[in-house]
Each structure stands twice: as C-alpha cells, then as structure tokens.
Design a protein around this ligand. Structure first.
Ligand SMILES: [Zn+2]
Length: 616
C-alpha cells in the first residue's frame, strides 16, 4: 500500500502542479551487484520522458539520516542515452545533485547508467553487502516519490543469498525481479546480500517477522538459543507496548562483519543492522546488538509511522527540518533500552548501568552551558558527522541520549502521579498504536506531543518539555532516576555501557576522573574543559607518552588513577603535541570513577516497574 503523508496546503498545491506534468511515471531499475565485494555496484535505469528540457535528481535528503547525505560523490560513470544515441548532461552549478539534459523530439525513454563506487569498509566486505536503492537511481526532479513507480531487479554474485522487505515477483539464477512499487517504498526497502545467510523466524505476534542475517563466516551466524528467545520476546513486548503494528511483516536485516561497516538505519518494514562479526557471541557486542535491535524496531512506530512534520518530506530533494529529533530519536533511544530489559536480553542492572552512563555523560557535557538540547537536533547536518575532538564542549547528537533521559523523566512522573495506574506506555499506545495497518506516515508537531501527553495525564507538559529541551540547562534532566528511587553515584566498579563504548571505539574512557577520552595509544580524543586534564594543559590530538616517569601503557595510567586516592602527589605525564613534548602535572585524587545507580530506599523503585514485562 502506498504511504500517505500530511503536508502544508501550500506545499501540496506546489507539488500537485509540478507532478501533473509527469504524473504516474514508471521506471525500470536494473542493479548488477556482482562486483559488490569490490565496492562497486552497477546500475541501469529506463525512465519514461517527453521531448524538451529535463532535470534528473540523485536522492539527496535520506530518510532516517535526516541530512543531505546522499553520497553523490560515489556516483561515477554517468551516461545518458536515448534510442542508443548519447544525450549530453550538465550538472547544476548550485544544486549538485541535479543533472540537466534536453530530450530530443520522438524520444519516449531515457536510458541512464552509472556506478555506485563506495568507500571500502562502508557498505560491503568480501562476503556481504547492503544494497541501498537510493544510491542506485535518479528520478525526475520535482516529482513526489509516491507518484513514481519502479520495477526493480537485482543480480547477485554467484552463490550469494538475499533478504529484503521488497516483494519478489520472481527469482532465478542469482537474479531477482521485484514487484512494481512506489519510489518511496523502494528506497524504504533496502536489501542485504551475502555468501553466508541464516534466517531466524520471530513469529511471536501472529505474523511472520524475522531476523535475516548475512555474515563474513558461517560460524558468526550461530545465535545462542537464549538470544533467539529474547528477540522473540522483544517482538512480543514491542507489540504489547504499542498495541498495534504498522507494517505487513518486519525483517531485521543484519550484516555481521568487521569490514562491512556498522549501520543502524530504520525502515518501515525492515531495518539495516550492521554489526561486528562477533555480535551474536561476544558479551559486550551482544548487549549492544540487543539495544540496536530494540532501537531500530521501535523506529517502525516512532519515526516511520509517526514522523515529525519537518521530516515527512515528499521527495529526496526538499530539505528536512529536524527540531523534533529528541522525540524521533530520543524516545526511540529510551524505548530501545526498555525493550531489551523487558524481554530479558538485558538484565535490570544492564538497564540501570545504561541510564547511569547516559546521565553521567550528559551531566558532564560542558557544552550544555552554551547550547540547548534542541540545537543539537536542529543542527543535525553537523552534529551527526562531527569530529570527536572538542565534542564535550561542542555537544554531540545529545538529542538521542539526553532525549532518553527526558522520556524517562516523563515516564516516572506519569507513573508516580497516577500511583502506578498510568505510564509512558499509555502515551505510546495513543500516539503510535490505533489499528494494525500497512505502512503509512502520520506526521506530528510539538503541540501534538503536548496534547497527547495531556490526554494521558493532565499536567503542564509544555513547560516540562520546554524547560528540558528548549532552554539552556547546566544540569542533565535526571529526575527520572532520582524520582524513580535511585541515585547517580560514581564507584570504581566498571559500567557495562562504558565498557561497550570503549570496546567499540578502542578507547579508554576517563571522562569521569581525569576528564579525557583516550585512544588505546594514549592520544586524547576528547576532553572536558572543566576537569583536571584540560586545566593542566592537555587538549585533543595530544598523546600521552609516559606516566609517572615510565613509558605509556593504559594499565599504568589506570593504576595511577586508582592509587591517586591515597596520594597527595600529582600524576605526572609527558605529552606529545606534534613533534614537541611537555610535562603536565595532573592534580587528581578521586580514584577510579564510573557511574552507577544506587538504590534510594526512601522512594519506591519506579524504574523496576518501567522494565517489567508487559507481554508475559
Ligand atoms: Zn534511531
């Protein structure tokens, strides 16, 4: 079924005028992925045309990425022909995703060929690849993507398998023909392909959902029975939470590779979940995998079905407005932690460690002195790809993590004031639930959020949200923790979420002691300008080469931090800044510090209620 969308009247009229000239165009797309392992995919399009000037457009604003991230520079070898004769093209000198050409009299179809030459380690390895259709096509600029229909086909490397939410017409000899769908649905239905494939059915809610996984090795596909059980439970918990689904069936498209690129991109009936080769087996990677699955699944409701009006654009050309990403990503980040805990993929301690890490990280973002949370969302084009250096001062994509704290705060408030009768689940059922349906887009505004919260529980939600989202706040919104019966404390016990971050980045997170994030070789990745390392003179890019007179090792620095509690002497480090060396004295005596939640027995444990199973 075609997706429906809500736009302002002005935009709708504009689109109606533009698409009248090219209404219901249908094109064919033939993708040859036989060279995918070499990071190059070949594409051929046949587009119905009329004589006269024409502008082709390469998808620029990518749903889920909220930014003009279409990899136009990877489009190489572009050639246009009509009836076998070359047609000249000219790139627009301002809008570089647009290509102008002149269609001669008598021509009814334009043939377009090009290659998608992607960077190594981004979307493919030697044994698998993610096929993103938006990187393999152009369309007539100014046409609503719902009004273009596409007949697509895909050729695979010999012996490779395939999975996608895209409906298949027929399949033979490594070649797939798909049913004709709208351009919107096509772009929303990517494929994974690979030499090693396994399907894990998740039939917990009465319809056929599944995890489809391709990996660099067959052994990487061995999922523990308890993980399979946990994922089935999570499927059931999500349905119990929202009370309805807005997909026909859902596929988690998982790629397991240390070389095929990490990914987490939501779609209506699937998600691209790119993880490491050991994601099903290694303890920390498995915890991280559970959260990724929860997060991307929640997006089918929160992001794809209910979408901020500014992100519900009619094509891949109109700019997106992202000020509500603290709902789109923030609520998803919150529920993406709640669901693994409700389904047993996480323990209750994993959940508390995750919220403790988020609370401590956000509390320690020095950039919160100058920048409101909403600005990290508005500026997503820059916050998402921004460099690690000075991130603590700049702030990062805090609409995810701080957004999750805002929603925990709201959840605990509703539970406390209603004496446990109501919760954020009631908001989700009203906002994202309703009747089971095929994919559709129902857009919303800030007022819709406030109104639905008020329907659940009358409260001054406008002020609640404005204070946490739109104002500058020196402190992170940790009311959900403190009112939920817990205290944010720091101990020398490692935090599982901090360990996951260090494992993934190959880093040493000393944010809560010295105020630095280091690479394993001692290079400073980021620094907190309010804490001791910065005050001593250190900055991102500098590299610690010795600790207390001995050559660099992370163990040596960790030992020095641990014993700083019982010492009055500073930790002395020699630091390289380019080819120069300097000695700095770190006056730190706080010992090893990691964030945790500690029970506050004066208050009821509301957080335990948050993660209680709803489906069982
Ligand atoms: Zn997300």
């Amino acid at each position: 079924m075609k997706s429906s969308r809500t736009f302002s009247i002005g935009l709708l009229l504009f689109l109606a005028t533009v698409s009248a000239a090219v209404a219901q165009t249908s094109m064919t797309l033939s993708v040859d992925a036989t060279d995918a392992a070499r990071n190059i995919v070949h594409t051929k399009l046949r587009i119905p045309v009329k004589p006269g000037p024409m502008t082709l457009f390469y998808p620029k604003w990518i749903p889920g990425e909220h930014s003009p991230t279409g990899p136009i520079n990877n489009m190489v070898g572009l050639k246009l022909t009509a009836d076998g004769k070359p047609i000249a093209w000219q790139r627009d000198d301002v809008e570089m995703f647009a290509f102008h050409c002149e269609i001669p009299q008598g021509v009814t179809f334009l043939d377009v060929t090009f290659d998608d030459a992607s960077q190594p380690e981004s979307t493919a390895s030697a044994k698998l690849a993610r096929i993103k259709w938006n990187r393999l096509l152009v369309y007539t600029q100014g046409t609503n993507s719902d009004a273009i229909s596409v007949k697509a086909s895909l050729k695979l490397p010999a012996g490779w398998k395939f999975a996608s939410a895209l409906p298949i017409l027929n399949e033979s000899n490594n070649e797939l023909q798909f049913k004709e769908v709208s351009l919107t649905q096509l772009v929303d239905s990517p494929a994974i392909i690979g030499a090693h494939f396994h399907k894990f059915p998740l039939t917990s809610t009465g319809i056929m959902n599944e995890v489809d996984a391709v990996a660099d090795t067959t052994s990487a596909l061995e999922m523990k029975p308890e993980t399979v059980t946990g994922l089935k439970r999570m499927d059931a918990e999500a349905y119990a939470l929202f009370g309805a689904r807005h997909y026909r069936s859902y596929k988690f498209l998982v790629t397991l590779s240390d070389h095929g690129g990490s990914e987490g991109l939501e779609h209506h009936e699937s998600s691209e979940d790119g993880v490491g080769e050991k994601a099903f087996t290694e303890e920390l990677e498995l915890l991280d995998f559970a959260e990724l699955m929860g997060h991307e699944y929640v997006h089918s409701w929160n992001g794809k079905y209910r979408r901020p009006a500014g992100l519900a654009t009619p094509d891949f050309d109109q700019p997106m407005r992202s000020e509500l990403l603290w709902v789109y990503e923030g609520l998803t980040q919150y529920l993406g932690k709640v669901l693994p805990a409700r389904s047993g993929l996480w323990t209750s301690e994993d959940f508390r460690d995750a919220m403790a890490a988020v609370a401590a990280q956000m509390e320690n973002q020095s950039g919160r002195d100058w920048r409101p949370l909403v600005d990290t969302a508005v500026a997503v084009q820059f916050t998402y790809p921004s460099d690690r250096a000075w991130m603590n001062y700049r702030r990062r994509v805090d609409y995810y993590d701080e957004g999750s704290l805002v929603w925990l705060d709201a959840d605990v408030l509703i539970r406390t004031r209603s004496n446990g009768k109501l919760s954020l689940d009631d908001f989700c059922r009203r906002f994202h639930g309703g009747q089971d349906s095929a994919p559709a887009v129902k857009s919303y505004t800030f007022d819709d959020i406030v109104n639905t919260l008020n329907e659940v529980m009358p409260y001054d939600w406008r002020s609640f949200l404005n204070a946490r989202v739109n104002a500058i706040n020196p402190h992170a919104p940790i009311g959900g923790i403190t009112n939920g019966g817990w205290k944010l404390v720091y101990t020398d016990k490692p935090n599982s979420q901090i360990r996951i971050g260090d494992h993934a980045r190959k880093s040493i997170d000393l944010t809560f002691s010295l105020g630095v994030l280091l690479k394993e070789d001692g290079t400073v990745m980021d620094i907190d300008p309010n804490l001791v390392a910065f005050k001593a003179g250190m900055a991102p890019g500098m590299k610690i080469v010795s600790v207390n007179g001995r050559g660099w090792s992370s163990e040596l620095l960790q030992e020095a931090i641990a014993s700083s509690k019982n010492s009055t002497a500073p930790i002395e480090v020699v630091v390289e800044n380019g080819s120069f060396r300097e000695t700095y004295k770190l006056n730190y005596h706080g010992g090893t510090r990691y964030p945790h939640l500690e029970r506050d027995s004066a208050k009821p444990d509301v957080i335990a209620d948050v993660i209680k199973s709803r489906a069982r």
